[in-house]
Every structure is written in structure tokens, then in C-alpha cells.
Design a protein around this ligand. Sequence first.
Ligand code: FAD
Ligand code: NDP
Length: 525
Amino acid sequence: MHLFEFVPVSQLAEGAPRHRRSIYRSAYLDIRLREESAQGSYDYDLIVIGGGSAGLACAKEAVLNGARVACLDYVKPTPTLGTKWGVGGTCVNVGCIPKKLMHQASLLGEAVHEAAAYGWNVDDKIKPDWSKLVQSVQNHIKSVNWVTRVDLRDKKVEYINGLGSFVDSHTLVAKLKSGDRTITAQTFVIAVGGRPRYPDIPGALEYGITSDDLFSLDREPGKTLVVGAGYIGLECAGFLKGLGYEPTVMVRSIVLRGFDQQMAELVAASMEERGIPFLRKSVPLSVEKQDDGKLLVKWKNTETGEEAEDVFDTVLWAIGRKGLVDDLNLPNAGVSVQKDKIPVDSQEATNVANIYAVGDIIYGKPELTPVAILAGRLLARRLYGGSIQLMDYADVATTVFTPLEYACVGLSEEDAVKQYGADEVEVFHGYYKPTEFFIPQKSVRYCYLKAVAERHGDQRVYGLHYLGPVAGEVIQGFAAALKSGLTINTLINTVGIHPTTAEEFTRLTITKRSGLDPTPASCCS
Ligand code: FAD
Ligand code: NDP
């Protein structure tokens, strides 16, 4: 049955000798007909559980390829503030989009101050209005929720606002406001994503918030303890500082685990230079609410064992995300789980033949929106469009939207060394001075980039790393080049666009091994 879901009639027949094609075609159609009549006994060809980036992409593409599709989406309120949101998933409601808007708000504040140096007459007492910012961000989100629902209706995906849980591998109960509804399908795609974790310490759930609450917070965050030094912790601390608040970042072990550690430490140093303290090697012990409403946080240094405490207005947990497997009743369907995630093979198939999974919920893959969207779309094409194209999870570019942004694609320096050996890896690097930083005399200390490459032969580029303004815009194009087999020779023979910061990649001639000073003498020669 599976085979015929993946192999289109065109391939099945056209690849065969001419005299056999009609036999294959009729065999295929016969099976297809039997399959369709079997499918007729189900309510839908496909039920997608989760209406986020992955689920929506998959559901819409499946309909385009002729399937009858329902998509369930349900958001449980947050434990501390009861925050809820509409269809569209994490990215739109409590992830990439509100984060980028708040990051932009913070960069604009910085730009207004720079504008004065460029000759604009600006009031140096300008300050942001948190409630207005939240309102603007939430208005945008509501408009996206509305467009999403219209789009689903137009594309004939049945949207069900209910929490799905399996009865068996072909049957689901959707818990709706109006009661339970039992529905069946030939195929299921699990795209339920994740939610922020809370530490298991006193006061965590009662008094701490997460990114799920931050973008709609109805009061100013004020002095904020951000626990966690991954993407979310650093990004939130970055924009809170830019908006005039006082974030402190608590780091359990290292900053930005999984990233190139030289770059990660430069990101941290650039944030510290802006006045964001980092509490290293520390873990929280408890949160208590004082009589004045402020939060008393106690923590411990994991190296010295020393305990310390301070008072904050807000405590933000940014300690990673948990896959939403619990409500799905996966044992009823027989689907395996690994550390709150669902392991899948290269087809995104789970261990149960008719059940697939995509997006953040799958085990061991990047938790990023474009990954979720492309994997969801490709899965639908394979299921219903006769495609055989698999998702390529390698060399996915990403950006950490800290005040000075960090973007990268491909291998970190340490991973390249681990994979190929130190003698086989060449690192080209350099500091640079963005032209627009000169007049406002912004710090260029951390504007740095490097290309991690093969040492000999064609010098294929394994990874590119950039710390500086508009990092995502810079790296996105280079990501296509890297996936196309970029070499150092091609990179340094590419004519730059002057004066940009992206052109610095075409000027990388100094290797770490040479020991030469990688700071630039001039910008234009
Ligand atoms: P989700 O978008 O989480 O969608 C899953 C949906 O399923 C949710 O609506 C959920 O409520 C629903 N659901 C769960 N269980 C059930 C059930 N049983 N029944 C019905 N519905 C259910 N990625 C980037 O690429 N760039 C960024 O800049 C970026 N910034 C981020 C910032 C933050 C603060 C966060 C938290 C994430 C960020 N991400 C970013 C990651 C990105 O948001 C996720 O990778 C992406 O949203 C994953 O999509 P998904 O469809 O797998 O899951
Ligand atoms: P991460 O896994 O990136 O970081 C979690 C951080 O919390 C780590 O520093 C970790 O430290 C720390 N931590 C974990 N448990 C504890 C604990 N009990 N006490 C103290 N600290 C702890 O998770 P995030 O929540 O930041 O992000 C989740 C995912 O969302 C990311 O992986 C990313 O894919 C996606 N995302 C993408 C963004 C983008 O593309 N710009 C932005 C935001 C999120 P340790 O290293 O010691 O484990």
C-alpha cells in the first residue's frame, strides 16, 4: 500500500519497457481504486494535528494535491498568566514574528539615538511605550490569525479548533468547546510543536513567565531575570535592554549550546558591552513573591556552590521547549516517543505505517519555522503528489536576533575539526567596520566573521559565521552558495557590493593558522 502512495503512475509506467507500461498502469489503477474505496470509509484522507508552520503547510499542500484534509489546532493557556492565542502556531503568535517585531522596536530605539549623530534633531528623552508596542504587535498577530483562517477556508482545509488525541491509529477524538467529536482518517500527520519548559523549583509556575506570555504582557517587564542562554534567552534579553529595561541572563553552562563557541562568546561579550550582565554557571533555586509584588529569586553557582539572591520585576524562563506529546494519547495509536519528541525516518514516517510527524515535534532536527514549512510541504507532495523528494535537514541557515545579530550556515569550527581533523580545516577570519557605525561611533569590537573551510584541494566551505548588522539578510544568500558547493576560491573571487558588510566575506584572506592580525586597517582598499 505504502509503495503505491509514494510512486506516481507516470514513474511507474514511463520507466518501464513500452510493452509493459499498460500492464503496470492497469495494475497501479486497480490498486489505487481498491485503495480509494478503502479510504472512502474514513472521514478524511488526511488529518493534520497542529495548525502551526508545519501542519498548515502540509495540510494546504495535501489539498492542492487532491486530498480531503482536516487540520486541528488547539492552544492550552499558559500556567502563570493564562495567555492563549489563535491559529497559526508558535511562529506567528509567540515566536519568530512577535520576537522580530520587538527586536525591530529595540533596534529603532538605537537608530533614533544614532540619528542625532547624523544630524537629526531628536529629543534625547525618547522612551518606548510598552503597552503601545504590545498592542501593535498583537494587532498584527490577530490580522495574521484572521488571514490564516480565510486561507484555510479558501483552500478547503477543514479547520477544527480542538485538542486531538488518538483512539487508535485511524481514529482521533477532537475535544471541542461544544463536546467531543470522533473523526477518522487514512493518514495522520502529527505537527503539534512544543511549549516552553518550566524548571522544577518552588515558585516557577506561579511567578515565572515564558516567551508564551512576554509578547502580550500587560505591564512593563522592568528588571528581568532571563534564565537560559539559548536563542530565546539571548534574543529576549537583547530586545528588553534595547527597550530600556534591565535584563540579566542566567547561564547554566555555556552560551548558545550547539553553535560555534567562539561566535557564541562574542555574542555574549557584545551583549555585556551593552550593559546586560551574565550570571555564569548558575541555576535558579526558588522564586518568591514579596509583599511589594516583586520577585525574590535565589540561585546557586554550580562551580563554587555559593548561593545568591536578588529582586526582579519579571522572571522569564527560556530553558528550552518540550514536545507536546502528552495530550495525543500516542500509546493508543502505537506511536513511539523519544524524550518528548517523535522519532521519524527520512520519509518523516513514525513507527506506525499511516502516521507521520513534522516540525518541532520530531526528534533531533532543527526547531525552525522554514524547516517545519518545507518538511510539511514535501511530506504532502510525497503522500499525494507522487513526489519522492525528501527534506534535507543539512546546512540549514539560522540567525540569533541579538542586538548585534549572529547568523551562520553549515559547520561550526569545532564540528569541522571534529569531523575532518584540525590539520584538514582552514579558518579564514576577520574583524570589520560597518561604514554606518562610524558617524555615531558605535562599537565595532564584535563585528567579526569567519569561513570554516577545507584546508587543501578545492577548499570547500564547510561553514560561514557572521556577527554584525542584518545578519540573517547577509547569510541567507550565502546559504544557497554553500549548499551549491561554495569554495574559498569562488568566495574571494566574487566581486563585493560596496559598501556593505556582506562584502566582507569576499575579503577573507587571513587564516587563523597564519597568526596575522585580522583587524582591518582601512575600509576601501
Ligand atoms: P507550532 O508552530 O508550535 O504549531 C503546533 C500547533 O499545534 C500549536 O498551535 C499547538 O498549540 C497545536 N497543538 C499542540 N498539540 C495539539 C493537539 N493535541 N491537538 C491540536 N493542536 C495541538 N524559528 C525561526 O525559524 N526563526 C525565528 O526567529 C524563531 N524565533 C522564535 C522565537 C521564539 C520565542 C520561539 C518560541 C520560537 C521561535 N522559532 C523561530 C521557532 C519556530 O517558532 C518553530 O520552529 C515553529 O513554530 C515550529 O512549527 P511547528 O508547526 O512544528 O509547531
Ligand atoms: P535552547 O535549547 O536553545 O536553550 C535553552 C537554554 O536553557 C540553554 O542555555 C540551557 O543551558 C538552559 N537550560 C536548560 N535547562 C535549564 C535549567 N533547568 N536551568 C537553567 N538553565 C537551563 O532553547 P530555547 O528555549 O532558547 O529555544 C528553543 C528552540 O526554539 C531553539 O532551539 C530554536 O530552534 C528555536 N528558536 C529559534 C530562534 C531563531 O531562529 N532566531 C529564536 C528562538 C527560538 P544548557 O546549555 O546548560 O543546557
